[in-house]
Design a protein around this ligand. Sequence first.
Ligand code: 13P
Ligand code: SF4
Length: 333
Amino acid sequence: MTETEIAPGLDLIAEINRLRREKNAVILAHYYQDYEIQDIADFVGDSLDLSRKAATTDADVIVFCGVRFMAEVAKIVNPKRTVLLPDAAAGCSLEEACGADEFKRWRDEHPDHISLTYINCSAEVKALSDIIVTSSNAEAIIRQLPEDQPILFAPDRHLGAYLNKKTGRDMVLWPGACIVHEEFSEERILQLKAEHPDALVTAHPECPDAILDLADHVGSTRAILDFVATSDAATFIIATEPHIIHQMQKSHPDKTFIPAPGVKDMRAEGGCPCTHCPYMALNTLEKLYLALAGGAPRIEMPEQLRARALKPIQRMLDMSPPPKGKVAPRAAE
Ligand code: 13P
Ligand code: SF4
C-alpha cells in the first residue's frame, strides 16, 4: 500500500487523529469545507481568523483545509511550519481573474493610487499590493486611510462596489467576481422571502448589488455566523456558500436556515447545487488523510516572494480591529 492509496476499511477519523498527534499537526478549516472536515478540524474560521491562527500556531505542520490562497497565507505568515493543502488544485475564481502581470500593468497605469487587495488572490499579486484586506476588516482599514488617497481595489468588483457604497470612497475596481456568489438568484430569494415573511436575509459582500439590496445583513462568513447567533429571528436565508450552515445548525438547532437558491440550482433534480464552491469541494477526508500521511501537497514559495507578500499582510494584521477579548498577533518575520 503506497502513501497515495487508502487501505480498504481504514478508520479514516482514527488515522487522522493518530497522524496529527504523531506529526504535531494542526488542522485548520474554512466554513465552506465539507461537514466531516469541519468536524475534525482543530479550528474552523473565516479568512482573517484562519490567518491569525496560522500566524500563532506552534504546531510543526498546518493542514489547511480551504483553498490555495488561504494555505499560502499560512506559509507566508508562519514560514517555519510545513503547510499542506489536501488538494493542490483547490484554487479560487477571484485568484484566477487576477494575473500578476496584468495586475502590475494596472498598478503602473495608476501611479498615484495605493492598492488595497482582497486576500482572495495569489502570493504574487499580494507581493505587488500595499495592503491586504478580508471582508471582515476591509471597511475598518479603508476608514483609516486619508480621504484624499486614491485607491485601487482588486480582484472582487462586488465587494469593491459594496465598500465604495459603505465608505463613500471611489475606489477603482478590478473586474473579478466569485463564481459562487454571482450565482444567487434575486427572483428566487424574493420568492423565498414571500414564503417566509419573518425570515431575515444575510449575505456575503461578494454577492452582486441586487442580492445585497435584498439583505437585512451583509458580512463576512464570521459576521454572518455572529448575526444569526445574536438575532432574535427564528428563520434565516443564507446567501453565501451553504456549508457554513453546518456551524449554524450545531450552535442553534432551534433556528431554521435556508440556503439561498442559485439561478441554475439543481438540488431539485438531485444534482450538485451550483452555489457550492467547486474549489473548496476538492478537499475530502480521504485527501486530508493522504496529505497528513505523505506530507504533500506542500505549499512552497521562493523566500523573496514570501517576504514581499508578508509586508501587505502584516499591514492588514496591524490595521485590523482586534478579535474580541484577544490581542491581534504579529506574523513571524
Ligand atoms: P470570508 O473571509 O468571509 O471567510 O470569505 C472567504 C471567501 O472565500 C468567501 O467566498
Ligand atoms: Fe473563491 Fe468564491 Fe470559492 Fe470563496 S466561494 S473560495 S471566493 S470561488
